[in-house]
Design a protein around this ligand. Structure first.
Ligand code: ATP
Length: 319
């Protein structure tokens, strides 16, 4: 009998992404304020039929961007299943199906989301009984954004983003996400950030730059549900996202997308994480729908999606 478990997992937006200087190990210290928003992938883990090749996870993907998602062992969901199986000494026999709605390579942690969902789904399917802390540890091994995809809500991420402190949020906050054609490589955006810092003469290394810190005003606006205060904090110093200039440098058309959203009445506009998705804060659900319609009409993005946050992290669906 085929059994299956489906887990729904949200995208994230970095309401703030403060990026420290380049460390000797090639990484950057971050102060990342994560917010989980209601754009979801669904990952189903199913027992393969009897007689199916037992070698490892088999993967299929559906959704408009399915062609851009690898179906081999480089897929983060497959790596998550293999890691869980190895740690608990079970055979990684599973069919993983990803129903993909989170933009691919869009700065919304879609791959990380699928990894967290695959861990939760395979743990339930195989009965490995991993504790929440065990799962969080496996998430951190898989990537710096994966732990947040498991916990959801809102959190401050330190270190490389994986050391999480939950944040209370007085929201919901309403957002519009302008999805671009094609993705941006996260490592390439960090390299461009370093290059721009060198060129500006500020230095680019951890020894030269101050440690990244969360903005007290931004955290307070989140806590109290103050949308106008959050808008001010998102725009402080140009953008609350230190990767924004690098993403726009690599994809200059994003400047036009950001402008189209603010022209349409968004309270604030930022690049989401490493981009190229742009995130627009709206006053309420009605205003978000209007900004999304204007963005679609502007021709500056492939698609505009409305989503609110915070929402729960990876969650098994009933049935
Ligand atoms: P982040 O915001 O965490 O930097 P991202 O949202 O920009 O990530 P992803 O959607 O996670 O980017 O995809 C980055 C790359 O990872 C893709 O180009 C793809 O080749 C690869 N990848 C591996 N597994 C997945 C997956 N399950 N879903 C999407 N992409 C995946």
């Amino acid at each position: 009998m085929t059994r299956s478990v489906t887990v729904r997992v949200p995208a994230k937006v970095n309401v703030q992404l403060a990026v420290g200087g380049l460390r000797p190990d090639g990484f950057h210290d971050l102060a990342s304020v994560f917010l989980a928003v209601g754009l979801y992938d669904r990952v189903t883990a199913a027992t393969p039929p009897p007689g199916a090749a037992p070698a490892g996870p088999r993967l299929t993907v559906s959704g408009p961007d399915a062609a851009q998602v690898p179906v081999d062992r480089t897929n983060l969901a497959a790596r998550a299943a293999e890691l869980l199986a190895a740690r608990y000494g079970v055979a990684p026999a599973v069919h993983l199906h990803i129903d993909k709605d989170i933009p691919v390579a869009g700065g919304m942690a879609g791959g990380s989301a699928d990894a967290a969902a695959a861990l939760v789904a395979c743990d339930a399917l195989w009965g490995t009984g991993a504790s929440r802390d065990d799962l969080l540890g496996l998430c951190a091994e898989l990537g710096s954004d994966v732990p947040f995809s498991l916990v959801g809500g809102a959190a401050l991420g330190r270190g490389r983003g994986e050391l999480l402190t939950p944040l209370a949020v007085g929201g919901p906050f309403f957002w519009v996400f302008a999805v671009a054609d094609g993705g941006l490589s996260t490592p390439a955006v960090y390299r461009e950030c370093d290059r721009l810092r060198e060129a500006a003469g500020t230095g680019a290394t951890a020894a030269e730059l101050p440690a990244p810190e969360p903005s007290p005003a931004l955290l307070e606006a989140l806590r109290t549900g103050d949308v106008a205060g959050l808008a001010v904090a998102l725009a402080a110093g140009g953008s609350s996202n230190d990767l924004q200039a690098a993403a726009v440098s690599l994809r200059p058309s994003l400047a036009g997308t950001l402008r189209a959203g603010t022209d349409a009445g968004a309270l604030a506009a930022i690049v989401s994480g490493s981009g190229p998705t742009c995130a627009f804060l709206a006053k309420d659900a009605q205003a978000a729908a209007e900004v999304a319609a204007a963005l679609r009409a502007s021709g500056t993005c492939r698609e505009a999606r409305v989503a609110a946050g915070p929402v729960d992290g990876a969650t098994a669906l009933p049935g």
